[in-house]
Design a protein around this ligand. Structure first.
Ligand SMILES: Cc1cc2nc3c(=O)[nH]c(=O)nc-3n(C[C@H](O)[C@H](O)[C@H](O)COP(=O)(O)OP(=O)(O)OC[C@H]3O[C@@H](n4cnc5c(N)ncnc54)[C@H](O)[C@@H]3O)c2cc1C
Ligand code: FES
Length: 344
């Protein structure tokens, strides 16, 4: 079967804003009354109305934890000159309804039986908060949070972190870095802040690219294995995943035979030459997930069971995920005679 276009409306959810919490002078949390099924570290993709009629799409990580009883929430920090973040900070109000894609992303711990080192800068704290709260409330390992901000005033979730320190005094360590007092973070500076016994830890990093690189180096010299370091990159989407897409027809039987197991259902089709797997699957009517189609959000991740693909762009998967066979459907073209893959 082939179809001419894909109506992405089936992937959207309407979110009712229940409460807006002012976190700092330039950041807000939007708490939703709509129940959501998500994993710690995942993000929503919101449709942001625009005065010129063409809405923009932006990703925002859930700062709430699915493991606690709290309502689903995102936290947004103003970007200077930015469109969506300023619209949200200025306009969002209780009672408002926003359109979103379902939660997506692979910045999600796959195991909880090791100590965690969480490293965040600025708004990068949002997925880290979700992971932190989940680790502390549902699992038993130690957690070290290293949190960099411009100044003490710009620290989001300061009260929540104080409360967690009171509840988990032996399992949680929080170390702050303030740029206004200590300058830009350095390898040696971050290493000094780290607890000494992090060798066995899994690390999750979120913040600006140069900060994450400094943090990665400090972690590696502190004994954290490179393959246990996971990163989330924040960037604005340049495409609009809310628009219907017109995938390449695949019904001719020409191309690489693919067997795809999607949420337990097996689909067989051919992926035409030079066509990315996401387009081929959408063309077959397969409900394959995607958001950015640019290789930087991880929403379209799948696991290769056999065969090989070439990825045009990969701005999100790390070495650990690649070694496990994870690939991006929006960027992958088959380079073997056949393929078997799985989307969970
Ligand atoms: C997976 C993921 C999760 C994320 N989670 C969060 C989160 O939890 N919280 C959060 O606050 N953010 C998060 N982000 C970032 C967020 O999606 C936006 O990128 C951010 O809010 C900035 O969007 P904006 O529309 O305000 O800025 P944009 O309008 O996209 O502008 C970004 C910057 O580019 C500049 N700019 C814009 N247009 C031009 C132009 N034509 N020429 C030159 N410069 C230009 C702007 O001045 C601004 O400095 C996440 C991103 C991703 C991918
Ligand atoms: S849809 Fe974002 S990486 Fe593929």
């Amino acid at each position: 079967m082939t179809i001419d276009s894909v109506d992405v409306a089936v992937h959207t959810v309407r979110l009712q804003v229940d409460e807006v919490i002012r976190e700092t002078a330039d950041a807000v949390t939007l708490v939703f009354s709509t129940p959501l099924d998500y994993r710690p570290g995942q993000f929503l993709t919101l449709e942001i109305p625009s005065p010129d009629g063409e809405p923009a799409a932006r990703c925002y990580s859930l700062s709430s934890s699915p493991a606690t009883r709290e309502r689903a929430a995102i936290s947004v920090k103003r970007t200077a000159g930015g469109f969506a973040s300023n619209w949200i900070c200025d306009t969002a109000a209780a009672g408002m309804t926003l359109t979103s894609l379902h939660p997506a992303g692979t910045f999600v711990p796959t195991r909880w039986d090791r100590p965690l080192v969480l490293v965040a800068a600025g708004s990068g704290i949002t997925p880290i908060m979700s992971i932190l709260k989940t680790a502390l409330t549902s699992h038993g390992e130690r957690v070290v949070l290293l949190y960099a901000n411009r100044s003490r005033d710009s620290v989001m979730f300061a009260d929540t972190l104080d409360e967690l320190l009171r509840r988990f005094p032996t399992r949680l360590t929080v170390a702050h870095w303030y740029e206004a007092e200590s300058g830009l973070p350095t390898d040696a500076g971050l290493r000094d802040l780290l607890d000494t016994s992090v060798e066995n830890a899994d690390a999750y990093l979120c913040g600006p690219e140069p900060f994450m690189e400094v943090a990665r180096r400090s972690l590696v010299t502190s004994g954290v294995s490179q393959e246990n370091i996971h990163r989330e990159v924040f960037a604005s989407l340049t495409s609009n995943p809310f628009r219907a897409v017109a995938p390449t027809p695949t019904g001719s039987g020409i191309g690489t035979p693919v067997e795809a197991e999607v949420e337990g259902e097996t689909h067989s089709f051919h992926c035409p030459p030079d066509t990315v797997l996401l387009d081929a699957m959408l063309s077959e009517g397969i409900d394959a997930p995607f958001v950015c189609r640019e290789g930087n959000c991880g929403a379209c991740a799948f696991t290769l069971l056999s065969g090989e693909v070439h990825m045009h762009v990969n701005d999100t998967l790390d070495d650990y995920e690649l070694k496990k066979g994870v690939r991006l459907a929006c960027q992958s073209v088959p380079v073997s005679d056949s393929l078997r893959l799985e989307i969970e």
